[in-house]
Design a protein around this ligand. Structure first.
Ligand SMILES: [Zn+2]
Length: 330
């Protein structure tokens, strides 16, 4: 007798299970998985990937006390025909982060119900991320005296510049435009790394919050990724600038240009020429200063751009996996 009953029970159970999984998606709680690097250097950003087996509208990533929403896109799973909903996001680790170990959490957000706020549904996934330091040496530079001790008459302008940049970076476009790797904006080598402690004319002046790339005056500068021009203008320290909003909290900024070739609100594509290399603002000579701003934090752009073809031998950072961005419809 038991030899007959057991298969029967199993058959009934699997029918119920199939009904539960496929019959009514509204009641199936999404199963979410999370991929992120195990360690990240202070001053770097990292890619986090969330995947759900059920339809979700977006994911909410909780990182260093803040929540970041990322729109979910449907796509085929790489292993088979099963459909998945996923999102990638860039998250920052500030240079001065005090913690040694942090937890990244992600929760699925399903559709809005009756115009109310999005609903969190399903189990959150978490991952521990260890922080470490990269070597950030001191760099001595000599520049025009007016850029070390700006004349009193310029203080108002410097304040206004700062406010303008702060307002620009406070804009948030939920749709992700960027894909990895970024386009290298100029082919020249790195002349100054991100995070160096800088001493101008013998006086300490904080950290270098960008990556300097060599380029002769007039060299075309290419946009790192798709986006919309968020700011153009001339700033006291930065000279002629272009800021691009790439969506989902990611901006790039291009400083010291001789000429700006785009306008505010212009839509740009990855690789478009946006300006020319110059020596405007606080510089020792013509070069491109590239800034990457992720969720309002300046981070090192270098791990996200391909190495210069000629002389750089350094392998790209293993902490970031550029190919995780899902292909979009257009
Ligand atoms: Zn610089």
């Amino acid at each position: 007798m038991p030899t007959l009953i057991l298969p029967l029970i199993l058959a009934c159970f699997s029918l119920l299970l199939m009904a539960a999984l496929g019959g009514s998606p509204a009641f199936a709680a999404p199963q979410v998985s999370l991929e992120a690097p195990a360690t990240v250097a202070r001053g770097d950003a990292f890619v986090a990937l969330a995947v759900s087996n059920e339809p979700v509208q977006s994911f909410s990533f909780k990182w260093m006390g803040k929540n970041y929403a990322a729109t979910a896109y449907a796509g085929e799973a790489s292993t088979g025909a099963e459909k998945k909903w996923q999102a990638v996001i860039l998250l920052p680790v500030p240079l001065d982060a005090k913690e040694n170990d942090l937890t990244l959490a992600v929760a699925p957000i399903t559709g809005q119900t009756g115009g109310k706020k999005p609903v969190a549904a399903g189990q959150a996934a978490t991952q521990n991320i260890g922080l470490y330091n990269k070597d950030r040496p001191v760099q001595q530079l000599t520049v025009d005296k007016k850029y070390v001790d700006p004349p009193a008459a310029q203080m108002e302008r410097i304040k206004a510049d700062r406010e303008l940049v702060r307002k620009t970076l406070a804009q948030y476009s939920p749709e992700r435009q960027w894909t990895l790797p970024f386009e290298r904006p100029v082919s020249g080598d790195v002349s100054s790394l991100f995070g160096l402690k800088r001493v101008f004319n013998g006086q300490p002046r904080g950290l270098h919050r960008g990556l300097d790339l060599r380029g002769a005056e007039g060299t075309p500068i290419l946009a790192c990724a798709d986006g919309k021009v968020a700011l153009t203008g001339n700033l006291y320290f930065s000279g002629n600038v272009v800021y691009i909003n790439h969506g989902e909290g990611v901006f790039t900024a291009y400083l010291h240009m001789s000429k700006v070739l785009v306008e505010k609100d212009q839509v740009v594509r990855k690789g478009d020429v946006i300006g020319l290399v110059g020596a405007t603002g606080r510089v020792t000579g013509p070069h491109l200063h590239l800034s990457l701003l992720v969720q309002g934090v300046s981070v090192d752009p270098q791990p996200f751009i391909p190495a210069a073809e000629s002389s750089e031998k350094k392998a790209p950072s293993s902490a970031n996996q550029p190919s995780k961005a899902p292909k979009k419809g257009k």
